[in-house]
Design a protein around this ligand. Structure first.
Ligand SMILES: *Cc1c(COP(=O)(O)O)cnc(C)c1O
Length: 296
């Protein structure tokens, strides 16, 4: 089965604070690969979809919240490529633009409550769901784990195929938002030390991301930067003003949970001199724009 979407475009990224520091940047637009299956979640799903196709699984089931970009991409990919999908949701039935899309895309929804959702990593959690959906492929929360990370090697290949068109002979480093750290780990594995990978943490440092990245990709080849500004999903006026300003300069839409915070953390590190003049950075636009409808 062909499970392909168009390549993410790599575009020059021009902002006054980059120019001032003489840092060159390009943005890899994972938000543009598809109108519905957006961003890094597609790359994290690829291996799972291949596994499901290989095993003739009738469907895929996974977990997430009521704004989940992961469930949104899964529901849309299922519809596109002919798999049934089911979503196990945190909390109680709640109407959000994302939830409405999931239903419209044909995903069967089950609300687990908060306690039920907290049990997701306990042994035996999947048993009743395996019984209810025999032969279906189960995907960990957020598309995490090694299969998710390996799917992200394609992000590196797509960028490398386009740097010559920017007039670059090479690049120096990656910069991207990290939630579980799976996408970051995938790039670290794919680069194998060839280029540094910088992750901007959209969650507090003590939420297990450093351990998750280390278990997938080891201890080297990357740096993690604090970017969550007081917590996952917390927005402040400076962040929202920064996003509006960047959108005006570049025309690139950002959301506030991941890409906006990652770009703001990049600005702070550029201002602090982390990158020498002449450095060439690839900023990954990890998508997530559908989730914006819930809060902007
Ligand atoms: C999920 C998500 C991330 C985080 O990806 P991880 O692989 O979990 O680190 C970053 N940006 C956006 C827009 C996302 O939806």
């Amino acid at each position: 089965m062909q499970l392909d979407l168009p390549q993410a475009p790599l575009q020059p990224l021009s902002l006054p604070w980059l120019q001032q520091a003489q840092v060159h940047a390009a943005i890899l637009r994972l938000d543009l690969i598809d109108p519905l299956i957006s961003g890094n979640k597609w790359f994290k799903l690829r291996h799972h979809l291949h596994q499901a196709a290989t095993r003739n699984a009738p469907g895929l089931v996974s977990l997430g919240g009521n704004h989940s970009n992961h469930l949104h991409a899964l529901a849309a990919a299922g519809k596109r490529f002919g798999f049934a999908t089911a979503g196990l949701l945190r909390g109680h039935p709640h109407d959000t633009p994302t939830v409405r899309d999931l239903q419209a895309l044909g995903m069967e929804l089950h609300w687990l409550g908060y306690g039920g959702y907290r049990a997701r990593n306990e042994p035996g959690f999947w048993e009743p769901w395996r019984a209810r959906y025999p032969g279906w492929h189960c995907i960990p929360e957020g598309g995490g784990g090694l299969a998710g990370a390996q799917g992200c090697a394609l992000i590196m290949q797509q960028a490398r195929a386009q740097i010559a068109a920017l007039g670059w002979a090479d690049y120096d480093a990656w910069w991207l938002a990290a939630g579980t750290g799976t996408t970051l780990a995938g790039l670290v594995l794919a680069e194998a030390g060839a280029h540094a990978v910088h992750g901007a943490l959209a969650v507090p440092r003590d939420h297990g991301v450093p351990q998750a990245v280390a278990s997938l990709a080891g201890a080297h080849g990357y740096q993690l930067h604090d970017a969550c500004r007081g917590g996952f999903g917390k927005f402040d006026g400076a962040l929202l003003a920064f996003i509006a300003d960047c959108e005006q300069h570049t025309g690139v839409p950002l959301e506030a949970l991941y890409t906006g915070k990652a770009l703001l953390a990049l600005r702070d590190q550029v201002a602090a001199g982390l990158f020498a003049p002449g450095s060439r950075l690839i900023f990954v636009h990890t998508g997530g724009l559908q989730g914006r409808r819930g809060y902007l």
